[in-house]
Structures are given as C-alpha cells and as structure tokens.
Write a protein that binds this ligand. Structure first.
Ligand code: MN
Length: 229
C-alpha cells in the first residue's frame, strides 16, 4: 500500500446502464465547434483543418440530478453533447480501422459553460479553463455499452428546458466524426481507458437559471434529467 501523507480523493466515476459496476473516469476531453451552426452562433467559422479541444477535470462529472448553479458567473449556459466513453480496448497504434474498438459506450451530457467568463477570455485571447473546467460542470447520464447503443447519422441529440425544445441536431451533422476525433486526440494525448469525450454541441445554446429543469436525450439510447439549484 502506498503511504500517502493524507487520504487521496475518491476516484471519479459514473454509472453503467444494466450493471452494478462503475466506470472510472480518467480524463474529460471536449470538442469545440463540431456543429457548423453552433460555431456561427458563437461568432466563429466552422473549423476546416483540426478540431478545437479543451478539457475538464475528471471530478467535474456529476450524476446527482440537483445541479448547483456555479459560483463566479451570471450567465451559465447549457451545451447538450454526445459523450463517448473509452474502454480497455484502446489500441497502441491508432488507425481509421481500429479507432472504434476503443469505444466502451455512449452517454448524453451537458458541457456546462460560464459563458460570461468565456467571452471575456476570448476577447483577451486567454485560455477558456475557468469558463469550462469548473466543479460540477459535466452532468452526464449512465454509460450505455456500445453493443446496446445503436447510434448513427440519423440519431437525434436534443435538450428541453422547462418543457421547451432548446437544442436539437442529428449526429450526422457533426463536422468531425467519432473516428475523426479519436484519431486527432490520439495524436495529442495518450488516450486511456476511462477517458470521456464530449463531442460538441448543436446550435441553440442559452442560459440556465435557478429552478430550471432540463431533459437531455440521445434518441433511443440515453436520457439525462436535472434541475439547477
Ligand atoms: Mn461544448
């Protein structure tokens, strides 16, 4: 046993549908601007060459449906996203032919964003970290193992807030596919089992306020309900 000077924090983890086991979270990678209309609503051109990446800390995941309104913002935004979970079959050498073997399963999540801090950072050409990687910034559903999660270009990703549709798109509208993103990320980082990848959000991002109820859905695969408190 390692002799730590104080007890290490608990391993961040999320549930697995149909299992009593937990999925241990290693890192959370996020894709920016993966839907053309969302890139435009944020005042950017859709990317052509390389995708945009940023990260959240592993312990930003939250599965309690009561989501605390974060400190230090007056403009919390929702971004509904497909979440890809990587399992033990991560290849040593990534190719277009073997990339998908790394996918353990899928979930639906929110990339919560302190939009006012992000806008200020963008204006000054500073990093986005404080706007994206804060506590409880990654509400996420249980993971549905890939064998039971049938997704394709026609699968809808949607978010309702207080019963009103805010965001909806089909996965085929993503600029970069899951394979594209895995190949790009694997050229930047050593991807490992337990990594989560938030695949980017459709247009329609907007504010979440105290008391708002949200319902995110990856059609036929996963749902996520919660309330901002
Ligand atoms: Mn996002």
């Amino acid at each position: 046993m390692t002799d730590y000077s104080f007890p290490p924090p608990d391993q961040a983890s999320i549930g697995i549908a149909g299992s009593t086991q937990r999925f241990p979270v290693h890192r959370i990678y996020c894709v920016g601007r993966n839907f053309a209309e969302h890139a435009r609503e944020m005042g950017a051109e859709p990317p052509k060459g390389q995708p945009v990446f940023f990260m959240k800390p592993a312990d930003a995941v939250i599965q309690n449906p009561l989501i605390p309104y974060p400190v230090a913002t007056d403009d919390l935004h929702h971004e509904v996203e497909l979440v890809v979970a990587l399992g033990p079959a991560v290849p040593e050498h990534w190719t277009p032919g073997n990339a998908m073997q790394a996918v353990y399963g899928y979930a639906v999540g929110l990339d919560l964003t302190r939009r006012d801090l992000q806008a200020a950072a963008k204006e000054k050409r500073l990093p986005w970290d404080t706007s994206k990687g804060f506590d409880a910034s990654a509400p996420v559903s249980d993971i549905i193992p890939a064998a039971q999660a049938v997704i394709d270009a026609d699968t809808a990703l949607s978010l309702h807030v207080n019963g009103t549709l805010r965001q909806k798109a089909h996965l085929g509208e993503m600029i970069f596919s899951v394979t594209d993103i895995l190949l790009s990320l694997s050229g930047l980082y050593l991807l490992q089992p337990g990594d989560l990848i938030f695949m980017g959000t459709p247009s329609g991002v907007a504010a979440l306020n105290h008391g708002d109820r949200f319902h995110a859905e990856l059609q036929g695969v996963a749902e996520l309900h919660g309330t901002i408190i």
